[in-house]
Design a protein around this ligand. Structure first.
Ligand code: AMP
Ligand code: MG
Length: 324
């Protein structure tokens, strides 16, 4: 059952995966409207299954306290990063997740090396961390708008030669270090088309409740669409690695985007396969001694172990027993 499900998820996400070493041309190689033959109606059940699995795996991840998961989300404006986070993580215990949004760097951040601010926000073991924008902005917006690089106060030598190639290498090495040390890196690029972006920008103008989301800066960035597609293609070609591959998620249909993103995250957790820690024989014996002592404290007429009794009757929840 579990094996079958894992196989199904692996096959489902395969078309999104950027094969390490492959040369990507985003506009040609990935269709933003792809939906893997899934109908929107079926999509509801699939997303519900994904949300349930994530909740289950997240509980085990936290209990095991060995692996952390870093989800890197990149996308063009309006592609649906926020909605994807909201829907995919809707079933997960908020204590186990932290979302960090990266904006224009502060003066303090610019006073450090370029990976510093991202390293500050890494998830701990047992935690899922989500980067809403990430260290990849350092080879995207910084590349498309080189004035960002001017603000980074780099020594002359660090700007010589092909700085982007060097950054790809540095990012790959950093992610390798993280995965070697128990922080699994899951990278999602939410791929929206230029035409769908146009429609979504108009929607933000047309719907008064969405006006707040509209930013003139997004329209200015849209003017640079081709430059971003070029920078994105190079990023995907150079930073999809065996230890941290990129997944390009079709984003023109929001319902499919959420299923796709959820499936990649579920798949990563399936590979980690975290387990609840088991106790040693000695710990178990101690537990049984305490159990005996607690049972001896039962007031007159009470079951020595109400939980054990409930379990025999098919009741597993303590809240239910208290209500009944
Ligand atoms: P938003 O995510 O829409 O709130 O916008 C955040 C803005 O911060 C975007 O315009 C990003 O391009 C910008 N941004 C994020 N990271 C960097 C960075 N490292 N350098 C310059 N701008 C950045
Ligand atoms: Mg924005």
């Amino acid at each position: 059952m579990a094996d079958k499900r894992r196989k199904r998820v692996t096959e489902f996400i395969e078309p999104f995966r950027v094969r390490p070493g492959s040369e990507v041309t985003l506009g040609k190689d990935f269709d933003p409207a792809f939906k893997a033959g899934v109908k929107k109606k079926q999509g509801v059940a699939l997303l519900a299954e994904g949300v349930r699995l994530l909740s289950e795996y997240q509980a085990r991840l936290a209990a095991q306290d060995t692996w952390g998961v870093l989800v890197v989300l990149q996308a063009m404006d309006t592609a649906g990063k926020d909605g994807t986070i909201r829907h995919v993580m809707s079933g997960v215990n908020p204590q186990g997740v932290a979302v960090h949004s990266f904006k224009v760097p502060s003066a303090e951040e610019l006073d450090h090396d370029f990976l510093w601010r991202y390293a500050q926000r890494l998830p701990a073991r047992g935690q899922i961390g989500i980067f809403n924008r990430s260290h990849y902005e350092e080879v995207l917006v910084v590349r498309v708008h080189p004035e960002n690089l001017d603000r980074q106060k780099l020594p002359k030598a660090a700007r010589k030669g092909d700085i982007w190639r060097r950054r790809y290498r540095e990012i790959n090495n950093w992610e390798r270090y993280l995965s070697d040390n128990g922080i699994r890196v899951v990278k999602l690029f939410l791929n929206v088309s230029k035409e769908e972006q146009r429609a979504r920008l108009l929607r933000r103008i047309d719907l008064p409740t969405h006006n707040w989301k509209f930013s003139a800066a997004d329209v200015a960035e849209r003017e640079r669409w081709d430059d971003y597609q070029q920078a994105l293609s190079e990023m995907l070609s150079n930073t999809s690695t065996e230890w941290a591959p990129w997944y390009v998620i079709p984003a023109d249909r929001k319902w499919f985007e959420r299923i796709g993103a959820g499936a990649v995250l579920v798949h990563a957790l399936m590979e980690i396969n975290p387990r609840y820690p088991s106790v040693s024989k000695q710990q178990r014996e101690t537990l049984l001694e305490v159990k005996q002592a607690l049972e001896a404290q039962a007031p007159k007429g009470a079951a020595p172990d109400p939980f054990e009794q409930g379990q025999a009757a098919g009741d597993t929840g303590d809240a239910k027993r208290r209500d009944g």
